[in-house]
Design a binder for this molecule. Structure first.
Ligand SMILES: Cc1cc2nc3c(=O)[nH]c(=O)nc-3n(C[C@H](O)[C@H](O)[C@H](O)COP(=O)(O)O)c2cc1C
Length: 291
């Protein structure tokens, strides 16, 4: 329980030494978002936490019929009744969403954001992976178009425990990015910004923002954007740069100088650009010092 949490309700069900204690705490989270409040119900038995229910005020949109505190209090009474009727349900701890997701760890996490599996962004991603291997550092390329990643629903449930409740492939990316020292985003420009699949991933990074704001984790590495645009001119990268920098800063990653490759519609293939491969590999090497 975070410092500053206030106990709002408390009751005991059953008799010692096997009694259950049910407590509702309220916590001010205004340091994360203006006016945010978090409510947590803990069911403990012999000092062991058997069940946790958490909600926060941002989960309730302005026109919702109920609000966070009254919902948490109603939930408290409901859980107290359930513990009294079915104590057997609370004798073992239930697995939490935190345990979900494949654990992939790598020094560099590379997001390949183009829907084209064999396009320019994929070639750039492969160069980045090769650069890591050359200096004995590990890397993992996530080919986003092959993954099942839903759009963020704005439920704000990630601010309860630091995990997104959506059951898809995103936890693997979140786990990997959280532990990597370098995040590389390889993306084409689509209608002046990033393709929709990559935007879904960027929005879903909100769960990492939530986790970091709850744990106070320190800054988490560097981020490199490598983007390709069909047209000529730096202005075509304005939005892609803004979106990816905002994303990185939101999750505590320091954006490095970007590699922006324009005029691809005329060239078609980044491999035809002199010195580009060497430049990309050198950038990755310098951001990811040898182990
Ligand atoms: C739907 C779509 C939208 C695009 N929008 C832009 C754009 O706004 N500006 C631009 O310069 N190029 C645009 N392009 C061109 C791509 O950025 C370019 O073809 C890029 O090289 C594709 O990268 P890839 O080979 O990694 O898939 C667009 C392409 C597609 C398919």
């Amino acid at each position: 329980m975070q410092e500053g949490a206030v106990r709002l309700l408390s009751t005991v069900v059953g008799t010692a030494p096997d009694a259950f204690r049910i407590e509702l705490f309220g916590e001010d989270c205004g340091d994360i978002y203006p006016g945010m409040k978090r409510y947590r119900i803990l069911i403990t038995r012999n000092e062991e936490v058997m069940y946790v229910y958490t909600s926060n005020s941002y989960e309730f949109p302005p026109d919702a019929l109920l609000h966070a505190e009254e919902t948490a209090k109603a939930m408290f009474h409901r859980l107290a009744g359930d513990v009294a009727r079915h104590p057997e349900r609370y004798l073992t701890r239930r697995p939490s969403a935190a345990m979900r997701g494949t654990k992939i760890t790598a020094d560099a996490v590379i997001l390949q954001g183009s829907p084209r599996r064999h396009g320019n962004s994929a070639i750039l991603a492969a160069w980045c992976a090769d650069a890591c291997t050359a200096i004995n550092r590990t890397s993992h390329i996530f080919y986003l178009q092959e993954m099942r990643i839903a759009a963020c629903t704005g439920c704000y449930a990630c601010y309860n425990e630091g995990y997104c409740p959506t059951d898809d492939d995103m936890p693997a990316i979140l786990n990997a990015v959280e532990h990597a020292s370098l995040l590389v985003i390889c993306s084409p420009v689509y209608t002046n910004t990033v393709p929709a699949g990559l935007k879904c991933v960027i929005d879903r990074f909100q769960a990492l923002h939530a986790r970091r704001s709850m744990t106070g984790a320190p800054a988490a590495g560097t981020g490199l954007l490598i983007a390709v645009a069909g047209r000529r001119g730096r202005e075509h990268f304005d939005c892609v740069g803004k979106v990816t920098r905002a994303c990185m800063q939101n999750i505590g990653i320091a954006p490095a100088e970007e590699i922006l490759i324009d005029g691809i519609d005329e060239i078609r293939d980044v491999r035809l650009i002199p010195d580009l491969e060497a430049g990309v590999k050198s950038a990755v090497r310098s951001l990811l010092k040898p182990a």
